[in-house]
Design a protein around this ligand. Structure first.
Ligand SMILES: [Zn+2]
Length: 244
């Protein structure tokens, strides 16, 4: 298993999205970043921002304000916080409210993506998210009457259906044999990547994705399509809000 290694850090969140606290050993540290042997901090990517949290060691607290992906995975300490020296065993906690909101939002975007493709045949061209709000861009030449309401209703129907959201890792050749993966990701996954992580909203949407997701669609809550913006020829931006 190499897909869950970034530099020297084993990324625990890729296989355990519910994990919020863990123990680790500091491999390297400076005010610019702390490198651990294992971490559940999502480093950011695929439109999902990085986790925040805290490291506790020898009665000292280091707040983590972000993550930088370089040759190693650098947990960025809050300005002025002391950093644990190499060799230190730390207890780490991922800020739960932020991460859980981002998981609901990310899964909500995949529901939106699945619904718009199924009902309108439109591919996604981009997206971004924050806690409980997000945008997704589609190539949709004409906006049919009632589009906003219809998309919102269809998304909430998929949430009510409580579809399972499965994560699995497939060898590259097998992953790209899945028709949905060809549609969404072929040119986004570098040649060097041999193991492809698949996020599957069973029966609705399958994508190559490195993000963190809730276990089933009901956990998303409610999706409101707040706005449909026209950004140019065929370029539509949908803004959504997630609530309980
Ligand atoms: Zn995603």
């Amino acid at each position: 298993m190499t897909h869950d290694l970034h530099g020297r850090t084993r990324r625990l969140e890729l296989s355990d999205q519910a994990l919020r606290d863990f123990e680790a050993v500091v491999l390297d540290s400076s005010p610019e970043g702390v490198v651990l042997d294992r971490s559940a901090f999502y480093p950011g990517g695929g439109g999902q921002p990085a986790d925040h949290g805290v490291l506790i060691w020898q009665g000292v607290e280091t707040r983590i304000a972000g993550v930088r992906k370089g040759d190693d995975l650098y947990l960025i300490p809050a300005e002025g916080d002391p950093v644990p020296p190499p060799g230190t065993v730390v207890r780490a906690a991922v800020a739960d409210a932020r991460r859980s909101a981002l998981m609901r939002t990310h899964s909500g975007l995949h529901v939106l993506c699945g619904v718009v493709f199924r009902d309108y045949g439109c591919p996604v061209t981009g997206g971004n998210m924050d806690e409980l709000s997000a945008r997704m861009d589609f190539n949709l030449p004409e906006v049919p009457p009632g589009f906003k309401e219809a998309v919102e209703d269809a998304c909430n129907a998929e949430i009510a259906a409580d579809r399972r959201i499965d994560v699995r890792v497939l060898p590259r050749a097998e992953a790209f044999a899945l028709p949905d993966i060809i549609r969404t990701a072929t040119n986004l996954v570098p040649e060097s990547v041999q193991d492809v992580r698949i996020v599957d909203i069973v029966g609705l949407d399958t994508q190559a994705d490195g993000g963190t997701h809730v276990a089933s669609t009901k956990q998303i809550g409610r999706i409101r399509v707040a706005k449909v913006e026209s950004k140019g020829k065929g370029f539509r931006r949908l803004r959504i809000q997630i609530s309980d």
